[in-house]
Design a protein around this ligand. Structure first.
Ligand code: FAD
Length: 602
């Protein structure tokens, strides 16, 4: 069986993922003395969602002043306040020990990170309480600097990990496919850190296009548990001009050009019924993601969306001078990374023309981030010995709604996971392979070439997105969710005979797509199952048949595990070791924030 692997690499820790979580895990594991293999499906530092980021990230102001010595820090935004915000923003579903780890370790990793950024020549825009704005690419250039400065890391790019191997619930290896040659590569390792990002089930999104939930699904197959999979965060995303579809410029405009007033209108020109107090609570701030999802979602559900599925931003209440001033703020911040007149690679000429001509600009909602993932504790352990998870592939910090920073999460968890994986590897032996499991894995990978007459992998991927768009989208109901689940189960059956047009193993993206769709199906199924069970609305899970936030019955997490090939779902309460969990019901997810008893203040 070993001869079926093109290469065998022995190491202590495999960090999977070439972005924030994977790179930081690799760096801190190597610093702790472990031999590390950093393996990434995409290019290291230029793959994953970190490169897409609008670039806002930060820590509490107290640490900003005392630990990071930032002259712009506002220490009145204390650790305590940040904790209070994140737990409440999570609709109390965060595991509070995970939030504490985020708050305590965030500034520590940030100290290293800011050093890397400086030495990589990256210049960020700074603002209180202790926040930075960067472009996604400048953010990851700093991470790559950290990698360059660290000895003991072997890197493998364009290598997709397809399975974590275990023996008696203990990690003993990982199997990858070299994307260029198509050969299977065996990593013999004591520990694996998964930092592969989240899963993206929808066609309207603003993420990179290969967020297929590989890490969560592999961990699940290896015996770990998935939780909070029903919560997916979305925010304003371009639908016009056509060449900018999927760009996050609308959100970045809103976040940075706060001087501009605007009204959001439906296809008939009527304003969306967003109460003034909600506008005040959200506009220009991070709660706007949830608020726009809610109002866009309901209005779209009533058939009020425009021809591209979006709503119309009307800036006509601003004078020409105000618009120019807004754009100046934007360009002053972003010209350090992008060509003037562009956001990332895309020209803003059409958007600017529409803005000055007072033409309403249609904007949609695109999915960004998955709050759910592998269930981990505050040491990033999964319950499978030697298996750690960090970043968006994990769960626990943000519960039902993320307002804090995914970029900080990936780094502080990567740091903790890397250190712990190295310590674990140091005190354990390399476990024997389970030969039957390895053979089964090879069979799965290469057996796909034998399939005939089944659905093509790319069609399968589109069908998954279609099922999720229709039944698992912004506004959910029992009927739609059940229909989506039935379709996902049919597609699971189709997957068993997924058929490839090309029989070559070298750079066969269709083949990799086939393997990825299995992962996506697992994640979608977990998310939809939980969404059916959760007969309430909470955070980004909005049900029109159960609009209330029901603390009495649903302040619980749905946790999924594999039992002989079947997905089993259990429930548990979130860990609330510092702030008590509330009781009662709130009218809907917006009223939840307006409730004065919540005492929410970002
Ligand atoms: C448009 C957009 C804007 C955002 N803006 C912000 C922001 O302003 N601030 C903020 O804090 N957060 C932001 N986020 C969220 C943030 O980008 C993510 O939380 C963060 O990138 C997650 O980091 P990660 O390392 O866990 O995963 P990712 O950054 O997604 O990286 C995953 C890595 O794993 C690799 N990989 C995947 N599968 C495999 C496999 N099978 N084998 C090997 N490698 C694999 C990928 O190639 C990639 O290198 C934004 C996200 C998006 C989409």
């Amino acid at each position: 069986m070993l001869q079926d692997f093109g290469r065998i690499i022995e190491t202590d820790v495999v960090a999977v993922g070439g972005s924030g979580a994977g790179i930081t895990a690799a760096v801190y594991a190597a610093r702790a003395g472990a031999r590390v293999a950093l393996v990434s499906k995409g290019k290291i530092g230029v793959s994953g969602n970190a490169i897409m980021a609008g670039g806002g990230f930060g820590v509490d102001g107290e640490s900003g002043k005392n630990l990071l010595h930032l002259d712009f820090a506002d220490p009145s935004f204390t650790k305590e306040r940040l904790f209070d915000c994140i737990v409440k923003e999570s609709f109390y579903l965060a595991d509070q020990n995970m939030v504490r780890q985020y708050i305590d370790d965030g500034p520590i990793v940030m100290k290293d990170y800011l050093g890397w950024a400086e030495r990589a020549g990256q210049d960020f825009f700074c603002c209180p309480p202790a926040n930075w704005i960067a472009s996604g690419l400048s953010f990851t250039k700093a991470l790559v600097q950290g990698l360059k400065e660290t000895a003991g890391i072997q890197t493998f790019e364009d290598m997709m990990i397809v399975e974590v191997l275990t023996n008696e619930k203990t990690v003993c290896g990982a199997v990858g496919i070299d994307i260029y040659t198509g050969e299977a590569v065996l990593f013999r390792t004591k520990a694996v850190v998964i930092g592969t990002g989240g899963y993206m089930p929808f066609s309207m999104n603003n993420t990179v296009t290969d967020m297929t939930g590989d890490g969560p699904a592999m961990a699940y197959r290896a015996g770990a548990r998935l939780t909070d999979m029903e919560f997916i965060l979305s925010f304003p995303t371009a639908v016009v001009p056509q060449e900018m579809r999927g760009s996050i410029y609308p959100y970045v405009f809103e976040y940075n050009m706060r001087n501009l007033k605007y009204t959001i209108r439906d296809k008939n020109g009527d304003p969306l019924p967003i109460p003034e107090e909600v506008v005040k609570l959200s506009r220009g701030g991070k709660l706007s993601k949830l608020v726009t999802s809610y109002y866009f979602g309901y209005a779209a559900d009533q058939g009020l969306a425009g021809p591209n599925g979006g709503f119309f931003y009307d800036y006509s209440a601003n004078s020409r001078e105000e618009k120019e001033a807004g754009l100046k703020i934007f360009y002053d911040r972003f010209d350090r990374w992008h060509r003037h007149g562009y956001y990332k690679g895309e020209s803003l000429a059409t958007v600017e023309r529409m803005l000055f001509a007072d033409e309403p600009i249609e904007v949609g909602i695109g999915a960004e981030y998955c709050m759910g993932g592998v269930e981990i504790d505050d040491q990033m352990q999964t319950g499978v010995d030697g298996l750690y998870v960090a970043g968006e592939a994990g769960s626990g910090v943000f519960g039902a709604c993320r307002v804090g920073d995914g970029l900080v999460e990936m780094m502080c968890q990567g740091m903790r996971a890397g250190r712990n994986a190295a310590a674990y590897a140091e005190q354990s032996k390399l476990h024997a392979l389970d030969e039957a499991q390895s053979a089964q894995c090879l069979n799965k990978i290469f057996g796909i070439f034998e399939h005939r007459g089944g659905m093509n992998a790319l069609t399968l991927y589109e069908e998954i997105q279609k099922a999720c768009d229709e039944g698992f989208g912004l506004i959910r109901s029992e009927e739609r969710l059940k229909k989506a689940l039935r379709r996902i189960e049919e597609l699971e059956a189709e997957w068993k005979n997924v058929t490839l047009v090309s029989q070559s193993r070298a750079y066969n993206l269709e083949w990799l797509g086939a393997l990825q769709t299995q992962n996506l199906l697992t994640c979608c199924k977990a998310g939809i199952l939980a969404a059916i069970e959760r007969k309430e609305s909470r955070g980004c899970h909005i049900r029109k048949d159960y609009p209330q936030v029901d603390h009495d019955n649903y302040l619980i997490k749905y946790v999924h595990h594999d039992e002989a090939g079947e997905m089993k779902t259990e429930i548990r309460r979130p860990i609330a070791d510092r702030m008590p969990l509330p009781t009662g019901k709130r009218e809907n997810v917006i009223e939840y924030f307006l409730d004065p008893a919540l005492k929410y203040k970002r």
